[in-house]
Design a binder for this molecule. Sequence first.
Ligand code: TMP
Length: 217
Amino acid sequence: MSKRGRFITLEGGEGVGKSTNVGFVAECLEAEGLEVVRTREPGGTARGEAIRALLLDPAPQEPLHVDAELLLMFAARAQHLAEKILPALARGAWVVCDRFTDATFAYQGGGRGIAKERIAVLEDFVQQGLSPDLTLLLDMPKEAARQRLESRLRDRHEQLDRFEQEQADFFQAVRDGYLARAEEAPERFAVIDAQYTLDKVQSQIRQVLLTKVAAWR
Ligand code: TMP
């Protein structure tokens, strides 16, 4: 029977360069000869992507209740685990996921103020003990991240989604939430200083990955 694959997540606030670096992580692992499944949350499956659309739609005339937001995140996650993540890990593939439950603790916990004990109940219910093997947290001060996000949106003429429309104190709480999670599980987290140039950020990421790959093989 093949060895179980590894589960790697990327986390960080808006505008820290996460999407670019998810691709980079996948390429680094593929270069090591590993089978990689790249995915994201909320989303990753057809039903999960439909839930994502509900979650990100600003629809200001119909505000989404914070508990409904939390439950939708975990509904998408349950489908994602069953349909994609667990089967991939079982056949020995490495899963690289753009956000996972640390985002829920940071956004719904830190940002929205839901008690982390309530989130932990859903985490146990949906994940049944599964957690990432490695989490790369891209961290930078919220002002720098905001500038990057705004210039990206300007270039692409995109509209802000429901989360991006939040205010500075929300993003500060999200960042604090992530850093608190990293402090609680230092063996799982690698905190990457994302303020540097892309080259420097990626060399930090590569170093972490190669160390882990060597240890896990
Ligand atoms: P993305 O822009 O990184 O794809 O993520 C979509 C948004 O969803 C982002 O603003 C963060 C938010 N989110 C949560 O609030 N809680 C979660 O559990 C996850 C996975 C994402």
